[in-house]
Design a protein around this ligand. Structure first.
Ligand code: NAP
Length: 460
């Protein structure tokens, strides 16, 4: 009988990625009846993934799960290995030699494309880049967003689109005391944008934003949220959707939109126009974005399955900057199967599969498992399900003892990788909080990896 999972022969588990799904997987492993030692790998020196660099700076409540992740990280059976990129600094094969099981929790790191002409004109950006930029993610720190035009367009109507619109429409005073990156606040303070268009390809009943998020757009200090009443007219299938009890959340959003449509003429400095049934067909401009061609759509199909179809009518909207907010997409890791079409790691109940075959010892959770949907908490159940599959498989796995990260130390040193452990991160964290104090911010993030490593080098 295998003694894997006992104090004498603990399960050595590697988790790749330190966002919510990674931490919830760690939690489920540490709370299991087996003895499991968890090493979490993260390519940045800072943990917490999209809770740190995706959640909007003016939504501090959504960052509260970090407190739970901090508690998990304090477990004596948990180690954090930041500033280590799996697939570059260490290969998946090398990990396999040191761990019984590996869970990939690396999220969806890039953006989905629209696939239309002009998509790559200067001035057309992925919303994910803008989000990373204002949140101080090192990958996006040096991007340039030209906000010197009066009109911005946001394509898509999910919660990311709402975040982007809100950040574009807020005053500097509304953002000043958040943990927004200093470089982003400086650019936003100079923004000339007066009109922001948030454009959905389907109707008001199908929009994906949460009604609470939508409602907040109506409470901005110097921006009017506007909806044209004719945009709220519904076809019979949409009326059925609205009446469907399973669709209560859409009903609440629709009420908020009705409130926006009933408002008096706009009086504030900025205007946020929420428009429906339009798809971007082409972005045009001489060397840089000048206008977007929008196809008008109608809805077709059964209730709750309606899709947008072009009517043949096309209109033009002049704009200087456009954000494509049509979803995130996963990125392949060398040595791990990948489904390019869906942007996820193929799996059965969290077990990674290569074609029809389960790859022993490899697991996946979070957005890279199921696609980029759901809220932070959705990952808890998802990761618990993956860990349940993993624990059920333990008796079938080779039970020989493994070294965990100790077996990688020499290799990482040889490759000159400065591993950032959890105590190191706490030093960086405290330095960020101190930097924020003078500006009245919860923290001023370091936005370059070198800056974070310098804090450690100077720490006595
Ligand atoms: P999302 O909710 O999937 O929204 C994507 C939007 O893009 C939808 O409006 C979709 O329209 C549209 N779209 C997709 N392809 C398109 C195309 N080719 N042309 C035009 N429009 C297109 O994704 P997300 O906003 O990136 O959010 C990702 C997840 O994070 C969601 O689960 C979201 O709730 C969550 N999140 C939550 C918060 C929060 O709680 N505050 C904040 C940010 C993100 P269709 O509906 O027609 O496909």
């Amino acid at each position: 009988m295998s003694n894997l999972g006992t104090a004498q022969n603990p399960v050595r588990a590697a988790i790749v990625g330190s966002g919510p799904s990674g931490f919830y997987a760690a939690e489920a492993l540490l709370e299991s009846e087996q003895t499991v030692l968890v090493d979490m790998f993260e390519r940045l020196p800072a943990p917490f993934g999209l809770v740190r660099s995706g959640v909007a700076p003016d939504h501090p409540n959504l960052k509260k799960p970090i407190r739970g992740y901090q508690r998990i990280a304090e477990s004596r059976r948990f180690r954090f290995l930041g500033n280590v990129t799996v697939g570059r600094d260490i290969t998946v094969e090398e990990l396999k030699r040191c761990y019984h099981v590996i869970i990939f929790a690396c999220g969806a790191e890039t953006d989905r494309k629209l696939g239309i002409p002009g998509e790559h004109l200067a001035g057309s950006h992925a919303a994910t880049e803008f989000v990373g930029w204002y949140n101080g993610h090192p990958d996006y720190r040096d991007l340039v967003f030209d906000l010197s035009h009066e009109t911005a367009v946001v394509i898509g109507q999910g919660n990311v689109a709402v975040d982007v619109c809100r950040i574009l429409c807020k005053t500097t005073d509304e953002l000043r005391h958040t943990d927004i990156a200093g470089h982003a606040l400086a650019v936003l303070a100079q923004s000339k944008i007066r009109d922001v268009y948030m454009i959905g390809r389907r109707g008001p009943v199908q929009a994906k934003f949460a009604h609470q998020e939508l409602k907040a757009l109506g409470k901005l200090a110097d921006c009017d949220a506007l909806v044209a009443p004719h945009d709220l007219e519904l076809n019979p299938a949409s009326r059925e959707e609205l009446a469907d009890k399973r669709n209560r959340a859409s009903g609440k959003s629709y009420e908020v939109l009705q409130g926006f449509a009933a408002r008096q003429a706009p009086t504030r400095h900025r205007r946020l126009h929420i428009q429906f049934l339009k798809s971007p067909k082409e972005l045009k401009g001489e060397g840089k974005l000048e206008r977007v061609m929008l196809a008008r759509n109608r809805l077709e199909g059964e209730p709750l399955q309606q899709v947008a179809r072009e009517t043949g009518e096309v209109e033009e909207l002049a704009c200087g900057v456009l954000f494509r907010s049509v979803g995130y997409c996963g990125v392949a890791i060398q040595g791990v199967p990948f489904d390019d079409d869906r942007g996820v790691i193929p799996n059965q109940d969290g077990r990674i599969v290569d074609g029809q075959n389960v790859v022993a010892g490899l697991y996946v959770t979070g957005w890279i498992k199921r696609g980029p949907t759901g809220l932070i908490g959705t990952n808890r159940a998802d990761s618990a399900a993956t860990v349940m599959s993993l624990l059920a498989d333990l008796p079938k796995l080779p039970a020989g003892p493994k070294t965990g990260a100790d077996g990688l130390t020499a290799t990482l040193q040889h490759r000159a990788v400065r591993v950032v452990n959890y105590a190191d991160w706490q030093v960086i964290d405290a330095a960020e909080v101190r930097r924020g104090e003078t500006a009245g911010k919860p923290r001023e993030k370091f936005t370059r990896v070198e800056e974070m490593l310098e804090v450690l080098a100077n720490f006595k």
